[in-house]
Design a protein around this ligand. Structure first.
Ligand code: PLP
Length: 437
């Protein structure tokens, strides 16, 4: 349980404000009246600089599937750092990680590495444009795919900007996004087969790709309907456009990634987070034929791709350890932890007479404080004062020793045991009392 003293975090935040805008470098970790500063992690627990210990139920926004201090990852990191953190040469480790991932992902024959999921998506978009000679990309309203400006269009749209559901507008996220970027993004409603198909058909031959996450967090962490995914595949094939599956978060849903679980057959797959074992990483993969746009062996590639730290051996070595630790047994365990949580928290919402539900599957979950049906971004957004109530719940949980994301996102990790889920649930029990009051 946290001791609830935050003096050192508050002091560090005062220092940070002088040298960093808003004292912050990641908007996702910003909090008022001050940010919290981590000291160390251990298993599934995180300790802040004031000595508060909390159970970490989001694991750096879903990246830490093995929590902190996994022995194999530690050994990999130590052995690599001894011989150099990175070089201006390739290493065998990038081949090994690629072999592992290609073996698991049905649609992936070849891979390249980046330093983040954002860069992976950026390169997938560039590759699709180069391959098709077209410029337009379709994406789902409210879906987050990192911070490359075409990818972030309409991720934060609201009722005053999003337009009619039959023709959602391309809404800029960062001020100053060029009009040309907005014109090249086609926004479709997630899980709405009829409307999305109509929009895609109207753009048909101008489309380079459709970019989709099968369970977009910001759009509610609701799984894609099978007929929605099937429609995307059918229409992209018909018009000669590519399908990019963003698995930066969802790779953790199964041994064969989300594409195995959802039976999806994309042209490109983007990866990140868990495949780096806690080190910065992103990857783009696909069939050899489409990946050839990056191939420098026959002259200048259609899409040159470098990156000082791309495929750096720290991320590769720790990634190998992390992926090898993701055995079928590990997935079964993660799945059971997710079920235990879902079942327990449903009972708690009922017991406290508080509106609430859990979306997501397996080890990836999101709590919402509404009973309204959620199917896409607009229904999640419309859930009355839900988002503020969830933020209040997340804050109350933090005070009770459980760390989740401010929007209710949670990710379970392999060091967790049933007891840890029960500890999370007792945190919810106490926090719901505060929120319900
Ligand atoms: N794509 C998805 C689906 C994500 O959830 C994220 C990050 O949360 C990204 C891409 C961007 O990844 P990164 O934060 O590593 O740039």
């Amino acid at each position: 349980m946290p001791n609830k003293t935050n003096t050192k975090s508050a002091e560090l935040y005062e220092r940070a404000k002088r040298v960093m805008p808003g004292g912050n470098t990641r908007t996702t970790v910003f909090r008022t009246p001050h940010q919290f500063y981590a000291q160390r992690g251990d298993g599934c627990r995180i300790t802040d600089v004031d000595g508060n210990v909390r159970i970490d139920a989001v694991g750096n926004f879903t990246a830490l599937i093995h929590g902190y201090g996994n022995k194999r990852i530690l050994d990999a990191a130590r052995s690599q750092i001894e011989v150099g953190p990175c070089y201006g040469m390739s290493t065998e480790s990038e081949i090994r990680l690629s072999e592992l991932l290609c073996e698991r992902l049905p649609s992936v024959e070849q891979l390249r590495y980046t330093n983040s999921g954002t860069e992976a998506v950026m390169n997938a978009i560039k590759a699709a444009r180069a391959y098709t000679g077209r410029s337009k990309i379709a994406k789902c309203e409210g879906a987050y795919h990192g911070t490359y400006d075409p990818a972030e269009v309409s991720q934060d749209a609201g009722p005053s900007t999003w337009g009619d559901i039959e023709k959602p507008k391309s809404v800029p996220t960062a001020k100053g996004t060029p009009q040309g970027v907005l014109d090249d993004i086609v926004v479709i409603p997630f899980n709405n087969v009829t409307v999305a198909e109509k929009i895609l058909r109207a753009e048909g031959h101008a489309l380079a790709a459709v970019l989709v996450d099968v369970m977009p967090n910001r759009a509610g962490l609701v799984p894609a309907r099978p007929d929605f995914l099937a429609m995307l595949r059918r229409v992209t094939r018909e018009f000669g456009a590519l399908l990019i599956l963003d698995e930066v978060i969802t790779f953790r849903l199964g041994y064969n990634g989300a594409q195995g679980r959802f039976d999806a057959d994309p042209d490109f797959t983007t990866l990140g987070k868990v495949i780096g074992g806690g080190f910065p990483i992103g990857a783009i993969g696909g069939r050899a034929e489409v990946m050839s746009v990056f191939d420098p062996s026959k002259g200048a590639p259609a899409v040159p791709h470098g990156g000082t730290f791309s495929a750096n051996p720290m991320s590769m070595m720790c990634g190998i350890a992390a992926v090898e630790e993701l055995t079928p047994e590990a997935f079964e365990k993660l799945e059971n932890l997710g079920h235990r949580f879902e079942h327990g928290v449903r009972q708690l919402f009922q017991m406290h007479g508080v509106d609430g539900q859990v979306t997501g599957i397996g080890s990836l979950r999101r709590v919402h404080m509404t009973n309204a049906p959620l199917s896409d971004y607009r229904s999640t957004f419309a859930a009355a004062e839900g988002p503020q109530r969830v933020a209040a719940l997340a804050r109350a949980l933090f005070d009770e020793g459980v760390m989740i994301a401010g929007n209710g996102l949670m990710a379970f990790s392999t060091p967790m045991r049933k007891d840890d889920i029960d500890e999370i649930l007792s945190g919810f029990d106490r926090a719901l009392k505060t929120v319900a009051a």
